[in-house]
Design a protein around this ligand. Structure first.
Ligand code: HEM
Length: 404
């Protein structure tokens, strides 16, 4: 094949790098979207998805720039007009989607009321798109951009099927050199491709090892791990209790503008190993999804997961782990342990009463917390007299049965 019938080495390297990244980002996007909010890897996957997506955007600009300056090799002379037009339409639709999909993703995170920052591979802060700063209905705009992003990504997948089908037809049925004109043929294409992947791979490695802004501190990590691996380690000597989710409740009460309100967390799980006769081997670990908090007030409920309060995207789970349970009176106990909310880990003592009747048990108790100890609502607007009271009472009633 002559050089004029081939794409340039830069075009070939950019084509295959972008192709791999698009397939990866569609698969990664679907995977991360479907992970439960409690997943410990969800936040990292979102950051990586955004970093790879922005790389696709940058490479697409490079590719368009190169394409404008360098003509594509002509299709074989015998190609009918409808196929020429079809090929051209698919190629330009690709360029359009490769720009609009990452831009709609960027727009989505820019308007999101959760206000999650983006760090390109954990290192370079990426600002929100400036012209979207004045949007009034941020949640509505986020939904709209999310739909555009999702549907166009599926559209891109459809085009990919057409495009691959056409390339294979050229190769196997028509036996012309169209597919070969875009294949990696020489050292120059390999070097270009290897360079792009090495740079992005390095970015992913930096992301994996760099201390993340907003990542939980050592104490928080330890506590979270404790909650995650509650069935391992000590405590194995005490019986396991299974919590009846339907009958149990984790609630809270606070004040806003001087008026009391109450609410509850719809999603929490508790791993309880408890025996009143072997308290040394007893332990409790609780994982709560702050995103599931409801208070009966839509405005307040939409604020709770946001960056000013629980920042649930970075910190989907709050945990309490106690391995120090003491009897304080007949049927009354105190569990001392670490409560971790976001980056804030603090020792607390949770008082509770316990009534064990055969295989069934009911525990009731609570603790009063100072919300600012856990970085909740630190902005002046929340701290003044009109804001939210500093003390929040957390109460629970757990019904559990002894695991067989
Ligand atoms: C060509 C590049 C990209 C492709 C092919 C792509 C593809 C996808 C796909 C398939 C999903 C899952 C959709 C769903 O199931 O709801 C997704 C979700 C998402 N993408 Fe992208 N994406 C790209 C670039 C970006 C960029 C540059 C950003 C931000 C800077 C971004 C931000 C997001 C976010 C935040 C979600 C999650 C939406 C949700 O969970 O509701 N994406 N993406």
């Amino acid at each position: 094949m002559t050089d004029s019938a081939r794409y340039t080495s830069v075009a070939v390297a950019l084509h295959w790098a972008i192709a791999v990244l698009i397939v990866g980002n569609i698969a990664g996007g679907l995977f991360m979207h479907n992970l439960p909010n409690e997943s410990s890897i969800k936040y990292d996957l979102y950051q990586l998805h955004k970093s790879f997506g922005l790389s696709i955007l940058a490479l697409t600009f490079a590719r368009l720039g190169w394409r404008i300056g360098h003509k594509a090799p002509p299709l074989p002379a015998a190609t009918p007009d409808w196929r020429r037009i079809g090929a051209r339409a698919v190629h330009w639709a690709f360029y359009g989607l490769m720009l609009i999909i990452p831009l709609s993703g960027w727009a989505m995170v820019s308007v999101s009321p959760l206000d999650i920052p983006t760090y390109f591979f954990g290192v370079i802060p990426v600002p929100h798109l400036p012209f979207l700063g004045g949007v009034a209905d941020r949640a509505g705009a986020e939904d709209l951009f999310a739909e555009v992003h999702e549907y166009l990504a599926f559209g891109l997948l459809g085009l990919l099927v057409l495009h691959v089908g056409a390339a294979l037809k050229h190769h196997y049925a028509d036996k012309d050199g169209v597919l070969r004109s875009m294949l990696v043929a020489g050292r120059r294409e390999w070097t270009g491709l290897a360079g792009i992947f090495a740079a992005l791979g390095l970015g992913a490695v930096v992301y994996a090892i760099a201390p993340m802004p907003g990542a939980a501190g050592a104490a928080g990590d330890a506590a979270a791990q404790g909650a995650g691996s509650a069935s391992a380690g000590n405590g194995a000597g005490a019986p396991l209790w299974r919590v009846d989710d339907e009958a149990s409740r984790l609630g809270f009460t606070g004040t806003q503008q001087g008026r009391a309100f109450d609410g509850s967390f719809g999603e929490f799980s508790a791993d309880i190993r408890f025996d009143p006769d072997i308290l040394d081997a007893s332990r409790i670990s609780v994982a709560v999804s702050p995103r599931s908090a409801t208070t009966g007030d839509a405005t307040r409920d939409s604020t709770i997961p946001g960056s000013e309060w629980f920042a649930v995207r970075e910190h989907p789970t709050a945990t309490f782990v106690s391995e120090d349970i003491r009897r304080t009176a007949d049927g009354a106990y105190e569990a001392r342990g670490v409560l971790t909310i976001k980056d804030y880990a603090k020792d607390i003592a949770l008082g509770f009463t316990l009534d064990i009747d055969g295989e069934e048990a009911v525990a009731e108790g609570g603790v009063t917390l100072v919300r600012t100890d856990f970085g909740l609502g630190l902005d002046d607007s929340w701290l003044n007299a009109e804001g939210v009271g500093l003390e929040v009472r957390v109460d629970f009633r757990i019904e559990a049965s002894r695991a067989p």
